[in-house]
Design a protein around this ligand. Structure first.
Ligand SMILES: NC(=O)c1ccc[n+]([C@@H]2O[C@H](COP(=O)([O-])OP(=O)(O)OC[C@H]3O[C@@H](n4cnc5c(N)ncnc54)[C@H](OP(=O)(O)O)[C@@H]3O)[C@@H](O)[C@H]2O)c1
Length: 107
């Protein structure tokens, strides 16, 4: 993994929690250059700070993936900062959950 990701520019959407945060933390800290995105700026900034402190390269871009202009800005900012984008982890999303007993059938 370390060799494969060495010097790659990795963009991760939904990096502020859950699978995106776990994926971010699982990447080798010193090797990849990361662009972390989510709406909760404080969380991705804190994550970027932790990674940078550990010797890695990470930047936080607060944005909403449902807004096309903000998505384009994420790509532009990442490409400007790191020169290119090698990997896009398109993870941001929601998974609504509800109790089965509250599902209304046939209405
Ligand atoms: N966990 C599962 O069992 C499971 C199963 C199948 C699929 N998935 C999918 O895997 C992905 C991650 O799931 P998870 O369990 O890790 O969920 P999670 O903990 O709720 O994380 C979702 C991430 O997406 C970000 N996000 C949501 N809407 C966004 C938006 N409009 N713009 C930018 N960022 C947005 C959230 O950040 P902010 O709120 O800070 O924006 C958060 O970082 C989701 O797409 C989910 O549908 C999960």
């Amino acid at each position: 993994m370390t060799q494969a990701i060495a010097d790659k520019v990795v963009m991760i959407t939904g990096a502020s929690s859950g699978l995106g945060e776990a994926t971010t933390m699982a990447l080798p800290k010193q090797d990849a250059r990361l662009a972390l995105c989510a709406r909760r700026a404080d969380r991705i900034q804190s994550l970027a700070h932790q990674l940078t402190h550990a010797g890695g390269k990470a930047m936080a871009v607060a944005m909403d993936v449902t807004d096309h202009a903000q998505l384009k800005q994420l790509v532009d900012v990442t490409a400007r900062e790191y020169g290119r984008i090698d990997v896009m982890i398109n993870n941001a999303g929601i998974m609504p959950q509800a109790l089965l007993e509250r599902v209304q059938i046939g209405q």
